[in-house]
Design a protein around this ligand. Structure first.
Ligand code: DGL
Length: 280
């Protein structure tokens, strides 16, 4: 194993949502060191303009690169949609992985009738990255995109279920799933809901209640983790070790809040002293 393989994998999100990808990656590659940066001071990215998202993402990525990572994972759909090509060019030859392509692949393999609904932040939907990625993989797919801005603060607040959350979800999605014949008369009713934002898996139970049990809900976390493992293998950077990987959590604001909400995303207790404050 070469020395570079011992370096950590750097993951970045605008907040805590990327911890859903972190969790999937820790399960898939338990021997890897993971370094996570959540730019909570600037959250949300999803309502910002493209140039601002690219600027913020480059800063956060530079911080991880300066700390010496062997791979950069953009565990944020909004940042992936806006900044992936720029990051790849800027940090070449460092491998840079995003979450949009794996999410699109997961949805296209899951959907039977080809009608996929993507829910994401405003910037991700407006940018069209998912719509393009899905139709590139499956040209006959019908993609309906819907921005669900309020899901991000709900997830960060740890409000994941109950009548309030379902009411908001119904307001965003009711027309698509409850009266599909009226909204899209020539399309089959959607059979797949793609969570195009790393914050949204927390709301999966409430979303399933709203869209109905027959609709498959998919996200990009597991597929992204699989792609990362394959890419590390391809570039000979997989860490082969018997000891479990070390985890480092960095945030740009409020370590106590990161630990509290991060525990929900990670599904295990995160202590505040495991989280360090950084300034970008
Ligand atoms: N986690 C981000 C994503 O996957 C969204 C949160 C934000 O708006 O910053 O798109």
């Amino acid at each position: 194993m070469n020395d570079a393989a011992l370096k950590p994998i750097g993951l970045f999100d605008s907040g805590m949502g990327g911890l859903t990808v972190f969790k999937a990656l820790a399960q898939r590659l338990p021997e890897e060191d993971l370094l996570y940066l959540g730019d909570t001071a600037r959250l949300p990215y999803g309502t910002k303009g493209r140039d601002t998202i690219i600027r913020y993402t480059l800063k956060a990525a530079q911080h991880l690169v300066d700390l010496g990572v062997k791979m950069l994972v953009v565990a944020c759909n909004t940042a992936t949609s806006a900044a992936l090509p720029t990051l790849r060019e800027h940090f070449a030859p460092l491998p840079v992985m995003g979450v949009v392509e794996p999410g699109a692949r997961a949805a296209t393999t899951t959907s039977r009738n080809g009608h996929i609904v993507v829910i994401a932040t405003e910037a991700t939907i407006t940018g069209g990255a998912y719509q393009q990625a899905i139709t590139r993989i499956r040209p006959d797919a019908i993609v309906t995109g819907r921005a669900c801005t309020l899901f991000v603060p709900l997830a960060e607040e740890g409000w994941m279920d109950g009548p309030l959350v379902e009411g908001i979800a119904r307001r965003y999605l009711g027309d698509i799933f409850n009266t599909p014949g009226q909204t899209m008369p020539h399309a089959p009713a959607p059979d797949t809901l793609l969570l195009g934002c790393t914050h949204f898996p927390l709301l999966q139970g409430a979303l399933q209640n709203v869209v109905g049990a027959k609709v498959h809900i998919v996200d990009s976390a597991a597929t992204t983790a699989k792609d990362i493992a394959q890419e590390l293998q391809r570039v000979h950077l997989l860490r082969h070790n018997d000891t479990p990987g070390k985890y480092t959590f960095l945030t740009t604001d409020n370590t106590a809040r990161f630990a509290k909400t991060g525990s929900i995303f990670l599904g295990r207790h995160l202590n505040e002293n495991e989280v360090s404050l950084v300034d970008l």
